[in-house]
Design a protein around this ligand. Structure first.
Ligand code: 4AD
Ligand code: MG
Length: 431
């Protein structure tokens, strides 16, 4: 008998098949057992009627504890009431491994309890839906880039210097020298862009940020494209296209998952309808002041500020041309107004905050050196980076998409901790 996956079950209507998986849940009604079986690719209801079954097997069906691993045989039957469209008329069950006293029951649990049991929490339908959407988001991002001539180039994780400011560095000992876990692969992508034109890296990044918000992870995944001969305007156009492509792809492939997550799908559909809004930092500050926010020109936005700006629009908004003083050392000043930089943050709608940070980079050797000094960065560690301006410097731009922030918005979650398999949070490195 053929062993099949639940996702393919529709191909086997009327046939006898074997399924291998786990018992997710059981209901019984009189002399019938309903077993919800999951195999990682889906959930299916198995039905066993006492009058038609081997008594020993029926007894097993009635007593196997939740999350035990099982192998079952049965006949695939169309069932219009099930979300899958099919159920399995069970004939045989083999217990592979009994799960005694599974700690996560199907009732509500507190978040700390669930995070302590993240290794098991991952098995629930909601978490499975989020992980599958995460997979699609990564694939869509990469497909879009790969089909436009971008080349994946991997950046190192152990680095000799800071990229995004020295306050959030994770320090480690590198055989007697100081090294840091990467905050961003960007600087290495700039080197790669001078070799390959259009590149991107995708990997984990680390920020030793003492923030305990629903938008911050200590370890998060970032996708960072970098493009030679691309300037500020084109940089934003590319960001808009890729974000829309990912949302369109998720809407096409994951309607059921989004419904399971109770996502208001119409809010995502709206994002595809028109160009992303633009707002200057100046205008943003003026607006926030008019709304009574305590903020001055030259201040960075806090979460409530970002939410207020995002609420002006029903799609994402680019806030551009920030004061140079509050942004990273590598950002290129606007030639018309050197006190601001050619950078933009993309704020997601519905209060999800910044999902992309990007900028045109300084291509002038002298200015870059001056900035490195102003930021008290160790000049020696940046000699290789300065070489990119010494030898054939060109205008170039790039951006970083925070994967978990993006998924949090797409899924409409209240906290980004569910979007990463094993979140590293301020007070959590277990499991
Ligand atoms: O704005 P950030 O710090 O930009 C950079 O690192 C640039 N070097 C990117 C580039 O131009 N190549 O980070 C980019 C994005 C943010 O917009 C946010 O989505 C995400 O990374 N991010 C975080 N996500 C989760 N937890 C954190 N602590 C994050 N910090 C940034
Ligand atoms: Mg940023």
């Amino acid at each position: 008998m053929q062993t099949v996956l639940i996702r393919d079950i529709g191909q086997y209507e009327g046939k006898k098949v074997t399924l291998k998986g786990w018992l997710y849940n059981r209901r019984s009604s009189g002399k019938i057992q309903f077993l919800i079986i999951r195999d990682g690719t889906g959930f299916i209801q198995g039905v066993m009627v006492q009058a038609e079954s081997d008594p020993e097997i029926y007894e097993l069906a009635a007593s196997i504890p939740q999350e035990s691993s099982i192998e079952v045989q049965g006949t695939v039957k169309r069932d219009a009431r099930s979300p899958l469209g099919y159920e399995l008329v069970l004939e045989n069950i083999v217990l592979i491994s009994e799960a005694k006293d599974y700690p996560i029951s199907l009732k509500e649990h507190g978040v700390d309890f669930l995070l302590d049991h993240r290794h098991l929490w991952l098995r629930t339908p909601r978490q499975v839906a989020i992980m599958r959407i995460r997979n699609t988001v990564v694939k869509a991002l990469r497909d879009w880039l790969d089909s436009r001539g971008f080349c994946l180039v991997d950046a190192p994780i152990l680095t000799p210097a800071a990229c995004e400011g020295t306050t959030t560095l994770f320090e480690t000992d590198y055989f007697g020298e100081k090294a840091y876990l990467s905050q961003s692969g960007q600087l290495y992508m700039e080197a790669a862009a001078m070799a390959l034109g259009r590149v991107y890296c995708f990997g984990p990044t680390f920020r030793a940020e003492k923030s305990k918000t629903r938008r911050h992870l200590i370890e998060f995944w970032m996708l960072e494209p970098e493009m030679a001969f691309v300037e500020h305007e084109e940089n934003l156009a590319i960001q808009e296209e890729i974000v829309k492509y990912v949302i369109r792809t998720v809407l096409e492939k994951h309607r059921q998952d989004l419904e399971l997550l109770q996502r208001d799908i119409s809010r995502l559909e709206k994002v595809l309808e028109k160009p992303f809004a633009r707002m200057s930092y100046d205008a943003a500050i003026e607006y926030l002041q008019s709304q009574g926010h305590d903020i001055q020109w030259g201040d960075d936005f806090g979460a409530p500020d970002e939410t207020a700006l995002a609420n002006l629009h029903d799609g994402p908004v680019f806030v551009e041309r920030f004061p140079a003083a509050i942004k990273a050392f590598y950002m290129k000043p606007d030639p018309q107004r050197p006190e601001v930089v050619l950078a933009a943050d993309l704020l997601a709608p519905e209060g999800y905050g910044e999902i992309i940070g990007g900028s045109q980079r300084i291509d002038d050797m002298d200015l870059l050196l001056q900035r490195i000094k102003e930021h008290n960065l160790p000049e020696e560690a940046f000699q290789w980076y300065l070489d990119l301006r010494r030898y054939g410097s060109v205008p170039h731009s790039g951006f970083g998409i925070g994967l978990e922030r993006f998924i949090t918005w797409i899924c409409g979650l209240s906290h980004l901790r569910e979007t990463i398999p094993f979140p590293r949070l301020l007070n959590r490195i277990y499991p």
